[in-house]
Design a protein around this ligand. Sequence first.
Ligand code: GLU
Length: 312
Amino acid sequence: MTVGRYAPSPSGRMHLGNLLCCLLAWLSARAKGGRVVLRIEDLDAARCPRPFADALERDLAWLGLAADEGGSAGGPAGPYYQSERSAVYRQYYEVLAQKGLVYPCFCSRGQLHAATAPHRADGQVVYPGTCRGLTAAQAAAKAAARAPAWRVRVPDETVAFTDGHLGFYAERLAKDCGDFVVRRADGVFAYQLAVVVDDALMGVTEVVRGADLLSSTPRQLWLYKTLGLPAPRFYHLPLLLAADGRRLSKRDGDQSLENLRGRYTAREIVGRLAFVCGLQPEPAPCAPADLVAGFSWEKVPMTDITLPEGLF
Ligand code: GLU
């Protein structure tokens, strides 16, 4: 059975990009006769207060995209709010720690960005390994002044996979990714660890998400392997850009569901989105269920989609 998922971080109302991701995740699972789990990625609990998650569930239901499991309805693999799952993450973090793969890092954000370390395509720094070789005594001395983040030591290995939409992608972990944070200095477990543990324990078999996360996939695949968890299949979808080329963001009230719900019906929104991602030839109103039979990843563009002027 195919199990897809929505994994939103509700730090505001959904925008059209979030919505396109949910639509494609739902269609990709339904087209295979599968179902969809909703997991709320509120690791940053202060930025993602519960009312936003509740509004997101109402928006999904209004659009005809309600999940089959998870969110406030719960289910067998709950809780489905990451803010309530730190005990689960701790177990897997301990597995990494027991393998000797985790070490404290005392570098500040400023130090990291000032370093001459190479930057990834997404603008993040490839960690230069500054704290990798600290002795226990050196780490203890530094810990007196600053709480460390915890990084996982990646091997000099290439991780390659075939994305269900974008095709072959590979990274050499040590060079392209670097040791990455699995637990933040404030004690919160990091997205990279949480997402792997959650997708595995929630029985997710396919992950549909934005192409901005393509480059997170090799390190996540390495975590699956290292933790002995089954990895899902991945499909990365193109990003949706505003008519002027800007990336949509939750700060843009203009494209938020709150605003759109006042101007369009659910069928109008779904129909227009289906049009921009190649699933129907005209922006005619329709329900998600109407798109299942004709759904194919081959119809979806592989590069960023610019919303036509005046469509929304
Ligand atoms: N929570 C992430 C976001 O909203 C998505 C993570 C994922 O799909 O792996 O951007």
